[in-house]
Design a protein around this ligand. Structure first.
Ligand code: CA
Length: 254
């Protein structure tokens, strides 16, 4: 399932807070904090605002909780015993399922350098202790809204890839990607049918058209070009090769 298009709690995410309170689909927040008093304070305030709350007291527990409960947002303390918040964030970003999970870093440090480091590891936002609860809530709402924003018409989103069909533009993360016309149509077709495996013949039919007669291996050439264009050096290969069957746009290896 594409993280960019959906979230585990469904439609309530983009609603104003008053609607979230009355909804059964309350966003789940994972509070990762080793100071018990602060964790309790956060839980109290977040539950009062209609969030569901889970807690983790260290980095390892945080990773386990994320995998098990699939929270909608993580409040991640910077200074944690054994594994730092930065390392937790790095690991979350490395995993396809949590790559887009909203993370707010909570730090006692005030130096800008540290904040920048936090954002470089993939945190979406940060807030410094002692923080104002209203300010934190506002940031959380903004992040949750962004995470659940429904793609507008003419825009396709898959994982960290987006295609603006009207403007004929492709982006991965925030980087613009230039594609040849065939690669563009190929990616558009894949993004309209993510996770589905297509044979070379089906791709020829759909992308080149039934009247065009080219060798099936032509597809392989264009798949190779597409991969080269959309996969940056540190990025996941989102085009899956299924031996003897064809290709699919997918974030899972097999
Ligand atoms: Ca701490």
């Amino acid at each position: 399932m594409s993280q960019a298009m959906t979230n585990s709690n469904g439609s309530a995410m983009g609603a104003p807070m008053s609607d979230i309170v009355s909804s059964t689909a309350k966003p789940l927040v994972l509070v990762v904090e080793d100071e018990a008093a602060l964790a309790t304070m956060l839980r109290y305030n977040l539950e009062k605002q209609g969030y569901r709350v889970e807690e983790a007291a260290d980095g390892q527990e945080a990773l386990t909780r994320v995998a098990e409960s699939q929270p909608d947002l993580v409040l991640l303390d910077w200074m944690l015993p054994s594994m730092s918040g930065i390392e937790v964030c790095r690991q979350l970003r490395r995993r396809p399922n949590t790559r887009d999970l909203p993370v707010i870093m909570v730090t006692a440090r005030t130096e800008d350098q540290d904040a920048v480091r936090g954002l470089n590891t993939g945190a979406d936002d940060y807030i410094t202790k002692p923080f104002n609860m209203d300010a934190l809530l506002a940031r959380m709402r903004a992040l949750l809204r962004r995470a659940s924003s429904v793609p507008t018409k003419g825009k396709l989103v898959f994982h960290d890839l987006s295609m603006d069909l009207a403007a004929h533009r492709v982006q991965r993360n925030s980087r613009f990607i230039h594609l040849g016309p065939t690669e563009f149509r190929l990616l558009e077709f894949f993004m309209q049918h993510p996770h589905r495996v297509f044979s070379r013949e089906e791709l020829l039919d759909a992308v080149w058209g039934p009247d065009i007669h080219v060798e099936p291996r032509t597809v392989d050439v264009h798949i190779r070009r597409l991969r080269k264009s959309i996969n940056g050096p540190e990025e996941l290969d989102v085009v899956r090769t299924v031996r003897a069957a064809g290709y699919a746009l997918d974030t899972e290896p097999l």
